[in-house]
Design a protein around this ligand. Structure first.
Ligand code: SF4
Ligand code: FE2
Length: 621
């Protein structure tokens, strides 16, 4: 029997967990219980399924697989493929964005346009494309072509290498981990980890670092920059979060997944007067759109669309019984949503051929038909409104206000046009450092307990917190994403954020938008004339679960950012790999991982690291 009190820190989650139980709906927490205890070989990473002489599970009694691979080699190979999976996810999302940019530039679609031509020109110039006296669409053609090349093998290094501080580039070159091309590093990882190739654990881990760097400094960064060009660079705006953003008397549509290419069009369709009239005809007051996970973050950042919840809230959002339709693209979408939806009147719609779900309706979105398809989806949602059973609807009330939209451009604006005020505040010790808390939820840990408490502990210590991904919702629900939250911050942070009118916890977007944070670190390092690893900064993903999150953590470390995780990846079966992760990488790339499930202890350890970095820069601790 699950103890609901222990599963989540949130009232809306607990109310829906109770409702799920009463409605006979199974959730991730139920299935986790069915899966426990987990396989120890798998958990420690020593189960190898790479060939059919195996599968092999190594132990003290049988320390080598049939081919002779030991625990170190097996763990490193499994970890390498794990990182390749994550890098592929973000980067393929980036590729879809480039395809949209390419189609716009070549006049192949009317459904998408360039919303931020100034940024288009700026980015093109940055990667060495001629912009003088040229039309934006002409430049866009070249930019799309350049970005496509980032995926191949001909460039030698990815375009945004120009953003990497000099000292960092030298470190990568020396180690041979400068990312050459997104697809190249991922394919090479698959090759290296084929039976009989890279059988030196440390060497495989270094390529994992290179693969992750191709994600951070190319795949994800391209996804972010192209999304800004196509949909607008975010600026600060206000909206609301938690399940209370659903509306009892409206048609409720949820967007879930990652790529704004689908959700942007759904948002436009929801505002179509004809469709609104149809919704009214069906007895609703209107159409309400809310986001989940990262595509929710994208809409929230750019347009102030409210956010219903994060990863572990996705099933529970449907349990409200008030959702007519959930439309998804890809990544982090539990296949269980189809089953949960079928317990109510909720329809699930998939949009990408690469992410279909048995039992869901497939409405394929392409660059040339996005608007038409979006209208179809919204119409379908409206048609389902009369099927809703009011007796089974329960929407937890009381959404919480948030301020969002802090792209680097917006942050610079808030700072008055330059980084100087931020750097001065860091030098003066008013802001002692900055920590990005990012990533997911994981039902193995009390939902958002670690995400939230770490954020609270850090701002108390005058450490600025930046959030993306699912941590955004945790911080938002607790009221940390509004300027008033400075009352929970230490005196220095309170003073600076108060003067600037910004929250002490800054929302910077979705998971691919962690690239914004990389860029910000690089800008600060350049301004100070140091390497990223010299900065009093850290990253954390307390409740991570996915391959993508592991790729993010790895590119953060490989970029010189000390990174906390609430629990380790499946590597503990190898001493070599574990030691590299927890300390060895510090000597190689100037940063390593910290594993600590307790947010209070983690805050203490991150603070220690920030102190040491400050002292090394000649600043007060
Ligand atoms: Fe076993 Fe080696 Fe094959 Fe892995 S690659 S399954 S360890 S024989
Ligand atoms: Fe995400």
């Amino acid at each position: 029997e699950l103890n609901i009190e222990e599963l989540s820190i949130w009232e809306d989650a607990k109310q829906m967990l109770l409702k799920a139980k009463n409605d006979g709906v199974e959730t991730a927490w139920d299935r986790l219980q069915q899966q426990a205890p987990h396989c120890k070989f798998g958990e420690s990473g020593v189960c190898c399924r790479i060939c059919t002489m195996g599968p092999c599970r190594v132990s003290k009694k049988a320390p080598r697989g049939v081919c002779g691979a030991d625990a170190d080699v097996i763990v490193a190979r499994n970890f390498g493929r794990f990182i390749a999976g994550g890098a592929a996810g973000h980067s393929d999302h980036g590729r879809d964005c480039i395809e949209a940019l390419h189609a716009v530039a070549h006049g192949e679609t009317k459904d998408y346009t360039i919303k931020d031509a100034e940024k288009l020109m700026r980015i093109a110039k940055e990667v060495g494309i001629e912009t003088e006296g040229r039309e934006p669409l002409e430049v866009a053609k070249d930019l799309a072509a350049d970005f496509f090349e980032n995926y191949g093998t001909t460039k030698g290094e990815v375009s945004f290498i120009v953003r990497v501080p000099e000292k960092r580039r030298k470190i990568w070159d020396k180690l041979g981990i400068t990312p050459r091309g997104v697809d190249r590093e991922i394919a090479e990882m698959m090759h290296r980890t084929h039976m009989g190739c890279d059988n030196d654990a440390a060497n495989t881990v270094l390529h994992a670092a290179r693969t992750s760097l191709a994600d951070g400094w190319a795949g994800s960064m391209i996804a972010t920059e192209v999304s800004d060009i196509l949909f607008g660079t975010p600026t600060p705006n206000k909206t609301q979060v938690n399940l209370g953003v659903l509306k009892e008397d409206h048609v409720n549509i949820l967007v879930h997944g990652h790529n704004p290419i689908v959700s942007e069009k759904i948002m436009e369709a929801v505002n179509d007067p004809e469709l609104i009239a149809l919704a009214k005809e069906k007895g609703a007051k209107g159409i309400n759109l809310a986001g989940l996970c990262c595509t929710g973050n994208e809409l929230m950042m750019r347009h102030g669309i409210p956010m219903a919840g994060n990863h572990l809230m996705t099933e529970l959002a449907i349990v409200t019984g008030a959702v007519e339709l959930i439309v998804v693209d890809y990544q982090c979408i539990m296949p269980s949503l189809v089953q949960v939806g079928s317990c109510y009147h909720t329809k699930m719609v998939t949009t990408a051929d690469k992410a279909r779900f048995t039992g869901a309706e497939h409405i394929k979105f392409e660059i040339h038909n996005g608007m038409e398809q979006a209208k179809k989806v919204v119409r379908m949602a409206i048609e389902r409104f009369p099927l809703r059973d009011p007796a089974r609807v329960k929407i937890p009330n009381g959404p919480v206000e948030v301020v969002t939209g802090f792209s680097n451009e917006a942050l610079l604006d808030a700072l008055g046009g330059s980084l100087t005020p931020l750097i001065d505040a860091i030098k003066a010790g008013k802001i002692r450092g900055a920590v990005a808390i990012v990533g997911c939820n994981n039902p193995k840990y009390k939902h958002d307990y670690c995400n939230l408490n770490l954020a609270k502990e850090l701002i108390k210590r005058d450490i600025l917190v930046i959030v993306t991904g699912c941590v955004t919702v945790a911080a938002g629900k607790a009221g940390l994403l509004v300027p008033d939250a400075i009352d929970q911050a230490g005196p220095g942070l309170k003073e600076i954020c108060g003067a600037l009118g910004i929250p002490p916890v800054i929302h910077m977007g979705s998971c691919v938008d962690n690239a914004r944070i990389l860029q910000l670190c690089a800008l600060i390092a350049d301004e100070l004339g140091v390497d990223i690893s010299d900065l009093p900064v850290a990253a954390s993903s307390p409740e991570w679960y996915s391959e993508k999150a592991a790729a993010i953590g790895t590119y953060a470390v490989a970029s010189g950012i000390y990174t906390h995780l609430g629990h380790p990846p499946n590597i503990t079966g190898s001493e070599v790999v574990t030691n590299l992760a927890l300390s060895g990488l510090d000597e190689l790339v100037g940063a390593c991982f910290l594993i600590e499930p307790d947010p209070f202890k983690a805050a203490e350890l991150i603070d220690e690291r920030i102190k040491s970095k400050r002292l090394a820069l000649g600043l007060s601790a």
